[in-house]
Design a protein around this ligand. Structure first.
Ligand code: ASP
Ligand code: MG
Length: 444
């Protein structure tokens, strides 16, 4: 069984939903279909939540009205029968009655999670109603019944495995199992989620749980590109990537895929294919366990909002245990480190989460000198870097010859080179790297 996940823009308009219905019925194979919320809805729900939490009743109600209005137009065009429209209106009314019921009441994390889950609950109910209208054999399974996270917010795969196995086995006649991405329950059995963009993660977890033959992530771009198409001209989709390469790219900024999402599929060697709903025949990007030979440099991604922390200490010289002390500070504040470089008397590292920066710096200052540098961007160059191969670093540095580089990390893995630049220079750096590393040799 394959798992097909459709993102927000793929279900963002009634005609897009019609196209999804055509795509999932092209063959009669059994499959699991995972949907995101209609594009823009999760953002609107978060805004509504903010207004509710600020006790701005009028503002919240106005924002709810606007969102509900957009769904009224949506269902007008989604269904072609009066019965379909009536059912769709009922779905919208029920969900918006719930959303409205949150206004003016105590608003805690629990309510905020329930509120943002509405996006996926609405999109899947509207879609199953449409599938029923056009007589497609489909069943809606609630992700709240099979997706779970533990006390560390980690998905409990065994639970999903067992629950999905039961659901699929007890419905032998069903061809399409439809479900929500993103949403789950937590240890207190409350509604929760897998964080923004988490629908990809849901698809990969479901794929792993049912040992799917393939997970397909359908979006509005023809695969993962070799560089950011919003900044660089002449980018092209990468035909094949390994899981590790895809994870690096997703983590360091390629917006097409949620960074954690490849791991569950990787664990069970389930191929992940990135496909385009607007161009279903395009080959997209295939992510598998093996690294393809040939092309050495595959892609470039960039992540903004980076903070560099430079730590110097005379005591580091010929000492051991120093780095442990440094890392322990970051551990205490649950702040992951992205890139790290060291010399004998100094260590520089980067973080992207500023929430505990002050406290971290204060603690580090107890035993070393500290400098903080903000507004930086990590540019991550991903590929197949056999460490015996010559010239790769040269090509990277050559491309960046006019751009000051703050930090560089190479050799941590054989598929990543990270360079740190000030964000102001990001566009220039991405374009320079694109020219120096891909063109004109690799015009596709
Ligand atoms: N709807 C959620 C979001 O916008 C989850 C997703 O689309 O992946 O973050
Ligand atoms: Mg997404």
């Amino acid at each position: 069984m394959k798992v097909l996940k459709f993102g927000g823009t793929s279900v963002g308009k009634p005609e897009r939903m019609h196209a999804v219905a055509r795509l999932i019925t092209r063959d009669s194979e059994r499959k699991v279909v995972v949907l995101s919320a209609v594009s823009g809805t999760t953002n609107s729900l978060i805004e509504i939540g903010d207004l509710i939490s600020k006790a701005d009743k009028a503002g919240a109600n106005a924002a709810i009205d606007r969102l509900q209005e957009s769904y009224k137009t949506f269902i007008g065009a989604l269904y072609s029968t009066p019965e379909g429209r009536e059912k769709g209106e009922k779905v919208v009314k029920e969900h918006f009655d719930f959303i409205r019921s949150l206004v003016g009441k105590p608003y805690t994390v629990k309510e905020s999670k329930e509120l943002v889950a509405e996006g996926e609950l609405i999109s899947t109910q509207l879609f199953i109603t449409y599938l029923n209208e056009i007589r497609v054999n489909a069943l809606l399974l609630s992700a709240l019944d099979f997706m779970r996270i533990d006390e560390d917010d980690e998905p409990v795969l065994e639970y999903t495995e067992q629950k999905l196995h039961e659901a699929i086995a007890s419905n032998p006649g069903v061809v399409i199992f439809l479900t929500q991405g993103y949403i789950c329950r937590n240890v207190h059995n409350e509604v929760d989620n897998l964080k923004r963009g988490g629908s990809d993660y849901s698809a990969s977890l479901i794929g792993a749980a049912i040992r799917s033959e393939e997970v397909q992530i359908w979006t509005d771009i023809d695969g993962m590109h070799n560089n950011d198409p919003r900044i660089v001209k002449n980018t092209f989709p990468i035909a094949e990537l390994s899981f590790d390469e895809a994870a690096e790219l997703a983590y360091f900024g390629a917006k097409i895929l949620h960074p954690s999402s490849v791991r569950p599929a990787q664990k069970y060697s389930i191929p992940v294919r990135l496909l385009n709903t607007m161009q279903p025949e395009a080959r997209g990007t295939l992510i598998t366990n093996h690294t393809s030979e040939g092309m050495d440099i595959k892609a470039i991604a960039a992540k903004d909002g980076i903070i560099a922390i430079r730590i110097k200490s005379g005591r580091m010289l010929l000492a051991y245990g120093f780095l442990r002390r440094v890392f322990e500070v970051f551990e205490r504040y649950k702040t992951p480190i992205d890139v790290i470089t060291t010399s004998e008397v100094a260590v520089s590292l980067t973080i992207d989460n500023p929430s505990n920066l002050e406290a971290i710096v204060r603690e580090l200052k107890d035993f070393c000198r500290v400098e903080v540098d903000k507004d930086l961007t990590i540019i991550c160059i991903v590929g197949n870097f056999d460490l015996d191969k010559r010239g790769i670093i040269n090509r990277v540095f050559n491309s960046l010859k006019d751009i000051p580089v703050r930090m560089i990390s190479y050799g941590g893995s054989t598929h990543n080179i990270s360079v740190l630049v000030v964000t102001e220079n990001k566009n220039k750096a991405l374009n320079a790297l694109n020219e120096g590393l891909f063109q004109p040799a690799e015009v596709h």
